[in-house]
Design a protein around this ligand. Structure first.
Ligand code: DAH
Length: 340
């Protein structure tokens, strides 16, 4: 009997639908029922063999079957989709407690850091930043700075000569004459960079760094120099820093001074860093010697200038409490890691 056949097909399909565990199985069952050679399609084809009176009744039964199967397919499909989505979300959940792969974070080298800090402060005060060659002529390093050949003050700096006339610059002051020759006053420049001297111990390295400052204008006085350096030192070492100016000698400045600041580590009380004195000798400065101005083509009757220069390695050592300058040049990652 056809109606029995129909009932069997219905039960089979419903059982399969019930037993489906994945969404793609629903598609397969749908094809098995409604596809070209599917079981329900076969039933429809069987209608041809029926008498005209039986056909409508049987047709209605097939339609009913189609409806029931389609409904349970959709229902099951919806259920399975929901389960699969839930499983997917669960399996893809991020475990926020899992330890991450920690990336190494680099840090600026302490010297580069000091250069950045000083240039920021000086640029705020209107200075331009310049560079000069590290391989320099005797003229710019010495002669133009009022240090003639055989002058005893050449002994202050144990210089690496390449030839009689070419050397590794022993101070950044060498840029002074270069800038004075090419710039029209008034101007304010700083030059941070590498310098070289034949010297090596815990506080001296054959390669080291300095920053040079030069201001040329009409009415420059010692007061301008002192106030500028006070601002610079306070911004670098802190507002409570005390500053002391002492008379000194440099061939390129007249008068010349040396500048000390209260030790930022003990605030003047005396400690290991300042060797108990409470003060640190920091830099040389002065009013540019008129001879230096004239040699570089600047009218010393109209213009005056002040200049200053100091070691950046020493500055970085003080700021970071480092006691051996060689640490800066060893590239030991354990040392550099502490600079983060
Ligand atoms: N060039 C000097 C040195 O290396 C430092 C210095 C002193 C620079 C006085 C200056 C200055 O510009 O005016 O020891």
């Amino acid at each position: 009997m056809i109606s029995e056949q129909l009932e069997t097909i219905k039960e089979q399909l419903l059982a399969e639908i019930n037993g489906a565990e994945r969404v793609n199985q629903i598609g397969q069952i749908r094809a098995k029922a409604f596809g070209k050679s599917g079981s329900i399609s076969a039933l429809s084809k069987g209608m041809r063999d029926l008498s005209p009176e039986e056909r409508p009744k049987f047709g209605a039964m097939i339609n009913e079957l189609k409806k029931v199967i389609e409904e349970s397919l959709s229902l099951k499909e919806g259920e399975l989709e929901e389960i699969e989505l839930k499983n997917k979300l669960e399996s893809e959940q991020v475990d926020i407690t899992e330890p991450s792969n920690i990336r190494e974070i680099g840090a600026l080298h302490p010297i580069a850091d000091v250069i950045d800090r000083l240039t920021d402060i000086c640029v705020d005060m209107g200075f331009s930043v310049v560079e000069g060659p590290e391989i320099e002529s005797d003229y710019y390093n010495f002669e133009a700075m009022n240090i003639p050949k055989n002058h005893p003050s050449r002994d202050m700096q144990d210089t690496f000569f390449i030839t009689d006339e070419i050397l590794l610059r022993s101070h950044t002051s060498a840029v002074q004459a270069r800038e004075m020759e090419t710039r029209k006053p008034p101007f304010k420049i700083i030059c941070p960079g590498k310098t070289y001297r034949n010297d090596s111990d815990a506080t001296h390295s054959p390669i080291f760094h300095q920053i040079e400052g030069l201001v040329i204008d009409e009415n420059i006085s010692m007061a301008d120099l002192k106030s500028m350096l006070t601002i610079l030192m306070r911004r670098l070492y802190g507002n409570d820093t005390k500053i002391r100016f002492r008379p000194s000698f440099f061939p390129f400045t007249e008068p010349s001074i040396e500048v000390d600041v209260s030790c930022p580590s003990c605030h003047g009380k005396g400690c290991k860093i300042c060797k108990g004195s409470g003060m640190l000798e920091l830099l040389g400065a002065g009013i540019v010697n008129p001879k230096v101005l004239e040699m570089s083509g600047i009218d010393s009757k109209k213009y005056r200038g002040f200049a200053f220069g100091f070691g950046l390695d020493r500055t970085a050592m003080i700021l970071n409490s480092i006691n051996n300058i060689r640490n800066f040049y060893r590239n030991d990652i354990r040392f550099l890691e502490q600079m983060k």
